[in-house]
Design a protein around this ligand. Structure first.
Ligand code: ADP
Ligand code: MG
Length: 236
């Protein structure tokens, strides 16, 4: 795909400020706003939602609110750091499970991360696993794909603290299906235990895998009982 940023060998960011104030986010999460990169909807700029000004007069609540904001910004930078780490380990089997990272941009919302948009064939952003589970749009072989994702994550040195169905999408690239983790890199806890004690990674990931696998199996059972629900949901 012709794209100056994507084809550049050093993948340096354009030193540019993006004013996204007039752009409509293509998606929103609990913490971030997601925009298409101007003139290239194969890329996204992900920024933190603006923090609401605290109206708290109470010093304790005000301090808690400021600490929360500090913590959210910290998570954002941890995520960026893991993207950077992954970019340096090009041979990692995990690369295909994480959107390509193109750097950090300055925006009117503060720093934004520029990443590959994981898209459906029709050009829209891929559904998350959470959405698929809800609409019964899962298949048996998704369990194998999930296992492949977790296997590659386990042997990598990447920390993924927030693995959940809302942060995973099922992507199809060159005819190959795979799970891609579009959010949740870096430690999620205030004290970055997972980075400090990587030895516990295997058991942590094993538990996450078992939980997500069980949710897919449950959705499959519901699909078997009520196949019409899935058809109806897929058509709506
Ligand atoms: N790289 C991506 N490719 C496709 N969709 C994405 C990507 N990043 C985010 N999204 C969409 O945006 C939503 C919110 O992004 P996310 O990074 O999870 O934000 P938050 O940190 O607020 O949870 C996701 O649930 C997903 O639908
Ligand atoms: Mg998320």
């Amino acid at each position: 795909m012709a794209n100056n940023i994507k084809n550049s060998t050093n993948l340096e960011l354009p030193k540019k400020h993006f004013d996204l104030s007039l752009c409509k986010p293509v998606a929103k999460g609990a913490k971030k706003l997601i925009f298409y990169y101007p003139n290239d909807n194969d890329l996204l700029i992900k920024v933190l939602k603006p923090f609401k000004k605290s109206k708290e007069k109470n010093i304790i609540f005000d301090t808690i609110s400021k600490l929360r904001q500090w913590y959210i910004v910290r998570l954002f930078y941890r995520e960026i750091r893991e993207y950077g780490k992954l970019k340096r380990s090009v041979n990692s089997g995990l690369c295909k499970h994480i959107p390509a990272f193109y750097g950090i941009a300055d925006t009117n919302y503060g720093k934004g991360m520029i990443v590959e948009a994981i898209k459906e064939k029709d050009g829209g952003l891929c559904q998350t696993l959470k959405e698929r589970l809800k609409s019964g749009n899962v298949q048996k072989d998704h369990i194998l794909l999930l296992q492949e994702f977790f296997d590659n994550l386990t042997v990598s040195d990447i920390v993924a603290g927030d693995i959940n169905s809302a942060n995973l999408v099922l992507a199809c690239h060159d005819g190959e299906n795979k799970f891609v983790m579009i959010d949740g890199l870096g430690d999620k806890t205030l004290i970055p235990f997972r980075s400090w004690f990587p030895g516990n990674k295997r058991s942590f990931l094993e538990k996450k895998y078992i939980k997500l696998k069980a949710r897919i199996e449950q959705a499959l059972r519901l699909q078997e009982i009520n196949p019409n629900d899935q058809e109806r949901d897929n058509n709506s």
